[in-house]
Every structure is written in C-alpha cells, then in structure tokens.
Design a protein around this ligand. Structure first.
Ligand SMILES: NC(=O)c1ccc[n+]([C@@H]2O[C@H](COP(=O)([O-])OP(=O)(O)OC[C@H]3O[C@@H](n4cnc5c(N)ncnc54)[C@H](O)[C@@H]3O)[C@@H](O)[C@H]2O)c1
Length: 595
C-alpha cells in the first residue's frame, strides 16, 4: 500500500524551501519548516506570507484558505523538530558537505521509515544518500522556481533507491498537482543540464559587452517566446545558487567548458549581488525579495534612443522576392513607409504583390486592418525590377538568397546607385555582416537587420553592428525598428547573433541527451515546458524549425567559435541524412504523418 504522507519537513526556507512549504500546505499537508537560526526563520516566514498575500491580492487564493494554509505550517529552528514527519525535503545551499552533514543528522533524528529527499539541482543524490544509514530511502525531489507555480518535479532515483519509495513519491507529486519525470542521478538532471549552459553563455555575452542586459533578455523573450530572459532568470534563481550549480555541473558533467562559471558571476556573488533575494543582481529591484525592477545606471534612457543621431527614414527599398522579403515589404508598407520593391522580374513582382495582398486581406478578415488601410498600404508599394529605382530611398533592406557572393555583388551595386548617407541593411541570418559591408565604399552605413519569420508577426529584430558600423547607422536602424512597432536589439557581428547563438546549442544538447538514452523526447519536452515555462519543448521546436536548418546553424556556430560542446549531435546529422527533416518532411523526432 502506498505511504500516506500526512506531515512533511522542509529544511532551509530560502528561495526554494519557502515555496516548497507553500506547495505542501496548499495541498492539505502539515509542514514542519526548519531553519538554521531565528533570523533565517523570520526571513523564510516572510517569503511564505509575502507569496500567499500576493496570491490573495490577485484573487487566486481566498483569505480563509490562506489562513488555513498558514495554520498547517509549524516553524522551528533545528532539525530535532522533524522527529515525527513522514518525509523531509532538504533545500539548503548547494554544498555537498553541508547537505551530507544535514542528511547524517536527519538520519539520526527522523523515524526509521521516513523518506529523506533533497532538492539539489546538480549534486549527486547518491553521494548525499551515503551519509545516511538508509540510502534506499533517499531520493531527489527537484522542484522548479517558483515552486508554487511551476508544474514540473524531477524525481531522481539513485541505483539504491527502493522502487516503492520512487512509486510513493511519484504518487505524492500527483497529489500536489505536479507532473513528475523520473530519472537517474546525473548532474543537472534534465532541465538544468539543458538550461545552465545557455544561462552561462548569456552571462558571457553580457560580460563581453556583446549586447546589453535588456537586449539579451528581450531577444530571448521576443525571439523564442520564453517567459523570462536569461539574465532576469539568473536573478530569480540567485547568483550564488547558479554559481554552485554551474561549478558542480562543470566538475561532474565531464568538464564541459560551457559550464565553467563565467568570472563575472563569481565577482557578483562576492560583491553580494545575488539577484532578487538581495535586491540587486543583473538588475536592481525595489527591495530585497521584490520582483519589481527599478531603473539604475545601466537602464537605457528612453530619449537616448530617440535622439541618438538617427536619420529620418521615409522611403525604403526592399530587394528580394522570397518569404522574408515579402513579409518585410508588408511590415514597412503597413507602418506607413513608402516602399520600393525590387525583384528580378515582373513575374516575381506579381507573385510578391499577390502574397502581400493575401496576407493583408487576412488581417482585414480578422478585423485587425480596415479595407482602407489595406488599400493605403498596397498603394505605398512601388514594384520594380531594376535596382536603379533605389536611387532616392533612405534605407535599403536586402533579403536575397543566403549566398555571400550574391549579397556582395548586390551591395557593390547599391553602393553605386544609392545616394550618400543611406543605410544599407542585410537580413542575413548566418553570414558575417562585415563581409557584405566591405563590398561597399561605405561600410559605416551598413548594418544587419535580422527579422524573424514570419516578419509581420514576430516582434523582434536583431540590429547587427559590425566593427565599422557608425553609431548613427545603428541609431537609425533601431529607430526604424521602433517605427515598425518592433523591438530592435543591438548585438555584435558574430555567428548566430543573440537568439540563434543561445537557442541552437541548447537544442543540440537536448539531442545529445536523447542520444545518450538519459531520457525520452517526451519527458525532455515536458521538462522544459513545465519546469522552465518554455512554449515548446526542444524536440517539438526542432521539428518545426527543420532538422536540416538546425544542423546548418549549429555547424556554423561550431565552425566560428570552435567550441567543442557546440559540435553537432551525431543523431541530428543521421536524421538529416535519413531525410527526417521535421514537419516539412512528415517525420523528424516524431512521426507527423499519423496525426
Ligand atoms: N534557486 C533555484 O532556482 C533552485 C531551483 C531548484 C532547486 N534549487 C536547489 O534548492 C536548494 C536551495 O537553494 P535556494 O536557491 O533555495 O538557496 P537559498 O540560499 O535561497 O536558501 C537556502 C536556505 O537554507 C538555509 N540553511 C542554510 N544552512 C541550513 C541548515 N543547516 N539548516 C537549515 N537551513 C539552512 C539558509 O538560511 C537559507 O535560507 C539548492 O540545493 C539548490 O540547488 C534551487
């Protein structure tokens, strides 16, 4: 018969522990909440009451339920208070020796049948378990931050955890309304193993001044639909905790350089900048523990963007007739710019015209655009098959085939045709913008404008500066993005810019995890969606993007950065060779023909 958990203990009431207490108490379980000192206990109590008060204020919890919830929690200093609980979850800082000491003590204090669980993110549950005389009753129960919100729990069984303990904990997770994935004891389990390389990489970009904190975070939120940007997430996790997790993953996970904590993290921890919990991390918060970001010296000044030397743009040339060019023509025309579309012939222009019209008509049908506005937008577009018609535009956006020789020849022609001071932009997603810029006599006026597909829908544009781009050109490009109602994020001219450089290595790591048979595609997708709030799991996304496209991007990142961890997963290569390209071919990681 399954164990009945009527009372549980939680050790450590910090970022995670306080949330875990709330999860249990909300679900009718009595909790003994333990801290190391009276002060720490008060802090833990304040986190719990703050969270439940917010839930009441938002109408998510009735006042009576909040009072009942709080009445189920007994606070105590010291582990002795845990003598009669059925289960203990430890959530103290991520140090092996500290956790081992606590488990040895719990083993002494707790009743013999009690299950002892750790919320560790990266340490070996096995090594923690051997500090007790009951390693078969030790298990990992890894909640996600914030514990009351995130649905996922990773249940970590060691080679000696009893199967009935695993089954009882799985049943308990269900009772708590959580979705569990059960896995073996490997550094970072599923979610953190895939998340932390990405977080560390994002901090590295920030440390290298590749992009600002606001731009890195906006890029991942708007480009990938993530609930938070990586630097805001580091602040939520806590920089001290993130440092320990990275350090452990580096040492336990095969010394992958991508997990070696970026030096800035250690410096910030030493300086007491721990993230939300200390009131300051990558961002500054209203007060310690508050989620409200307040302006600080790094906050961009709104007027700066408006007045930073941006040139006025009224007339825009768009060169190309593919998916991106078509979307970009629509975006500019809808935003009120006069557009000159240049294709390679009247037939192509007619096709693009039809595609733009169809797309605008959809807006009319959905009630998002009036017929008059549609007609006005179409009326703003001039159709041409000769580059000479770009002689008087203020900005050219090139969106032709992704081949360097073609783009270079085009930019050389634009250099001859366009008036001085015009901004010349390329939409390349993979070629170095500087190569294109140097095909002209005016590299200071050349910039990347990396739109996302579908351009009329996606709110993000990466503005790519080369080492020759002038500040005025960047300011103009950014102002144009704002004029289109999109967010322009500025970054350097490196493979993958911000979004692809952060996204694809994570997808590749997921493939490597599947290849190593650590977990299934379904569980990995679940873990990222329910543990991290991602809109799609990595395998769902790979099938949508296309495995061939993903492999090509990953190869480029690997070739440019020579990072061994970026080497494409052999499984990805094999699937592409086999013609399993994702949805477009009917089969990728999943079979799409049978749905
Ligand atoms: N922060 C996250 O996003 C996150 C997510 C999942 C899991 N985890 C894991 O949860 C654990 C706790 O991390 P955190 O971020 O909550 O840390 P934290 O620093 O916010 O909180 C740790 C708490 O433990 C208390 N503590 C220290 N020694 C103690 C002792 N001997 N007895 C009782 N309490 C003691 C501290 O006073 C503090 O309140 C770590 O193992 C971490 O890896 C963290």
């Amino acid at each position: 018969m399954a164990r009945d958990f009527t009372s549980v203990g939680v050790v450590g009431l910090g970022t995670m522990g306080a949330g875990i207490v709330e999860v249990f108490a909300r679900n009718g379980v009595d909790v003994v909440a333990v801290e190391v000192s009276e002060d720490a206990l008060e802090r833990g109590r304040a986190i719990l009451t703050g969270s439940t008060d917010r839930a009441v204020a938002k109408g998510k919890l009735a006042e009576a339920d909040r009072d009942a919830l709080l009445s189920r929690v007994r606070f105590a200093v010291g582990l002795d208070a845990l003598h009669s609980v059925d289960l203990v979850i430890e959530a103290v800082p991520e140090h092996l020796d500290l956790k081992q000491r606590i488990f040895a003590e719990l083993d002494r204090v707790c009743k013999p049948e009690a299950i002892l669980a750790t919320n560790t993110s990266s340490l070996s549950v096995t090594e923690i378990s051997v500090a007790t005389s009951r390693p078969n009753q030790v298990i990992g129960i890894h909640f996600f931050n914030p514990a009351p919100v995130m649905k996922l729990v990773e249940v970590v069984r060691t080679v000696v955890t009893s199967t009935d303990v695993v089954a009882d904990v799985e049943a308990l997770c269900k009772r708590l309304g959580k979705v569990d994935v059960t896995i073996s004891d490997r550094a970072g389990f599923i979610a953190n193993a895939l998340l932390f390389g990405y977080l560390n990489h994002a901090v590295g970009m920030f440390e290298a001044h590749y992009a600002t904190r606001e731009d890195i975070d906006a890029a991942m939120k708007l480009g990938c639909g993530l609930p938070m940007g990586p630097l805001a997430l580091m602040d939520l996790i806590g920089l001290d905790t993130a440092y320990e997790i990275l350090d452990t993953m580096y040492r336990r996970g095969g010394r992958d350089r991508r997990h070696a904590p970026v030096p800035l993290i250690k410096q910030m921890v030493t300086a007491g900048l721990l993230g939300r919990k200390s009131g300051r991390g990558f961002y500054t918060y209203e007060r310690p523990g508050s989620p409200v970001v307040v302006p600080d010296e790094q906050t961009p000044v709104a007027s700066e963007a408006a007045s930073g030397g941006a040139a006025a743009i009224a007339k825009v040339g768009v060169v190309g007739s593919g998916t991106m060019a078509t979307g970009i023509i629509e975006v500019f025309a809808k935003a009120g710019y006069e557009v000159v579309s240049v294709t390679r012939g009247a037939e192509k222009s007619a096709k693009v015209f039809e595609a733009v019209k169809t797309s605008l008509n959809k807006g009319v049908v959905r009630g998002k655009l009036s017929e008059a506005d549609r007609d006005a937008a179409l009326g703003r577009i001039n159709w041409s098959a000769t580059l000479e018609h770009l002689a008087d535009v203020d900005l050219v956006v090139e969106a032709v085939v992704e081949e360097l020789s073609v783009k270079k020849a085009l930019f050389a022609s634009l250099d001859e045709i366009c008036k001085p001071g015009v901004v010349l932009a390329t939409t390349t997603s993979s070629l170095p913008v500087i190569d294109v810029a140097m095909a002209t006599q005016r590299p200071a006026d050349v910039v990347g404008l990396h739109f996302f597909n579908p351009a009329p829908v996606m709110p993000l544009v990466e503005v790519v500066e080369t080492i020759r781009t002038s500040p005025e050109t960047t300011a103009t490009a950014r102002a144009v993005c704002a004029g289109l109602g999109k967010t322009g994020v500025v970054c350097g001219d490196r493979s993958g810019f911000i979004v692809n450089a952060l996204l694809f290595p994570y997808l590749n790591d997921a493939v490597k995890m599947l290849e190593a048979s650590y977990s299934t595609a379904d569980d990995i997708d679940h873990a990222m969606k329910l543990g991290c709030g991602y809109p799609m799991g990595p395998f769902e996304l790979l099938d949508v993007v296309g495995l061939d496209v993903s492999l090509a991007i990953q190869r480029e990142l690997y070739l440019e950065l020579r990072e061994p961890g970026f080497a494409p997963a052999p499984l990805l290569e094999h699937l592409v060779t086999a013609g399993y390209l994702g949805r477009k071919s009917g089969r990728g990681f999943r079979d799409h023909t049978r749905r």
